[in-house]
Design a protein around this ligand. Structure first.
Ligand code: FRU
Length: 491
């Protein structure tokens, strides 16, 4: 057994123990992909390999916390349908001098039938207790069976960003892709208070040559750019990344994208404005990949509130399909999620009267999919919406409000239960005749797809486990509900 195998064995053993000690937690997600126990963060190495979906993730198998030295591993699961996941042994453990303090985020590619994982090796260069200083380098590990990974003897394959271009201590999250006959790698980086992404290229995936700065902030786009993810779709090129320091006061790190065009000669990426990938809470560090059907599928990390005291921490989002039409990106729950559907209730043509709270027969639940269509042409209310996960007396609830006047949607978590609070307001750009809210609830998670994927709003909710009511409301006039469908969901 080499050092890596020993470290993996220790980690798998610790995880088995943690799983054996899990007690029932009604807030633990029922159908979202997440670690068997303890900590997880970013999705990593998403890839469709030998007809199966592989999902790796940042994982601390020892405790439900991220920042312990040497404890960030790569967890691993796979699926045939994006819905049923099988946990596999931990794929990467910190085991070498160069990665002793963590195997940080990165991506995967398939080459000559082998699976290559690219990750950032992390070292803390100052003693514990001092402000963290880091040495981050890029590494590779290879597998022939998709389960066991050997770290390359050439690691780290990229040791430093070019002097004067970027800092050594924040240089991470390699994203490798094949473009016009060449392998490229993007790496997140910073210089002072400007985040950037550096571009490298390679013939053999092992020796890398610096090309240029691929993107950077000029003062207002964040101090560090994490988790780059570049791909082409339907004639457009897209760069997703996670800039730190430009989000909301309560969550300054956010994730979004530029749509644009890569010039194949100059390798310049020209693009439009930055758009958020999710307008709710807790969504971060997404990554995407192309599957066997040619779909582009994205997973994000749903980070848990820091004060949530549990034996598990964090989850993936649902798999989300990205589609580009013209200059617009839309985001959809993958169709395989219909495999989860159980009993269905449907209610059509309901008139919500001004200031009357309305519940609808069998429209309620804790693990459900809810599809609500509101007729805006036949609605004179100033605002309307619904309360989900509501208690009988209404003192606990999460409130989703559409303002007709402002064309905004507000997600209010101030009465959502433990650990969470605050509101998010989404300003929608286009007016339409119908408002469609497509909501997935999974014990403590909610994800809402708005107007057929134009926007998404997500977040954790920690209400009392039994609160399952859904209450519709209308203020300043009446609202017409065309239809509400509700499916119970079960794995
Ligand atoms: C994003 C991130 C990455 C890093 C990883 C460490 O959440 O900070 O930049 O590689 O998490 O777990």
């Amino acid at each position: 057994m080499n050092t890596h195998q020993k470290k993996l064995e220790e980690a798998n053993q610790a995880l088995r123990q943690a799983v054996a000690q899990l007690h029932f937690d009604p807030h633990k997600p029922a159908f979202h992909a997440h670690a068997p126990a303890n900590w997880m963060n970013d999705p990593n190495g998403l890839v469709y390999y030998n007809d199966e979906y592989h999902l790796f993730y940042q994982h601390n198998p020892f405790v439900p916390k991220q920042w312990e030295r040497g404890t960030i591993h790569w967890g691993h699961m796979k699926s045939k349908d994006l819905v049923h996941w099988e946990h596999l042994p931990i794929a990467l453990a910190p085991s070498e001098d160069y990665d002793r303090d963590g195997c940080f985020s990165g991506g995967a590619v398939i080459h000559d039938g082998k699976l290559y994982l690219f990750y950032t090796s992390n070292i803390f260069t100052v003693p514990p207790g001092l402000p963290d200083d880091l040495l981050q380098q890029q590494c590779v590990a290879v597998s022939v069976d998709g389960v066991h990974f050997d770290k390359s003897e050439l690691n780290p394959v990229i040791k430093h960003p070019p002097a004067g271009i970027g800092q050594d201590n924040h240089f991470r999250d390699p994203n490798v892709f094949f473009h016009e006959g060449t392998w490229y790698m993007l790496v997140g980086n910073r210089l002072g208070d400007n985040g950037k992404i550096l571009l490298y290229r390679s013939r053999d995936l092992l020796q890398w040559e610096y090309v240029k700065v691929f993107g950077e902030s000029s003062g207002d786009m964040g101090y560090m750019w994490e988790c780059p993810d570049f791909f082409s779709m339907n004639g457009k090129d897209m760069l997703a990344f996670s800039p730190q320091g430009i989000g909301w006061p309560d969550q300054p790190n956010i994730s979004g994208y530029y749509l644009g065009r890569l010039n194949n000669e100059t390798l310049d990426f020209s693009h439009g404005e930055f758009h958020k990938l999710d307008h709710g809470f807790d969504f971060y560090a997404p990554q995407s990949f192309t599957d066997g059907k040619g779909r582009r599928i994205l997973f994000g990390w749903m980070r848990m509130p820091r004060n949530a005291d549990k034996q598990w921490a964090g989850s993936m989002t649902l798999p989300r399909e990205l589609r580009v039409t013209g200059d617009r990106l839309t985001i959809h729950p993958v169709e395989e999620l219909t495999l989860l559907r159980q009993q269905q209730a449907t209610v059509s043509d309901v008139r919500l009267r001004q200031d009357v709270k309305t519940t609808l027969p069998s429209i309620k639940g804790i693990c459900i999919e809810l599809l609500c269509k509101f007729d805006l042409t036949n609605t004179d209310a100033a605002e309307f919406g619904l309360e989900i996960r509501s208690s009988l007396n209404g003192d606990q609830k999460t409130v989703i409000t559409y303002s007709k006047e402002h064309n905004t949607i507000t997600l209010d978590r101030n009465q959502s239960g433990d650990y969470v609070s605050g509101t998010r307001v989404l300003e929608m750009q286009r007016l339409s005749d119908e408002l469609e809210l497509h909501i997935f609830l999974d014990t403590s998670m909610m994800e809402m797809f708005i107007n057929k994927g134009e926007y998404v709003m997500s977040g954790w909710l920690f209400p009392d486990p039994g609160n399952e009511n859904i209450v519709f409301f209308s203020h300043g006039g009446n609202t017409t509900v065309k239809s509400v469908d509700c499916w119970g969901l079960k794995l």
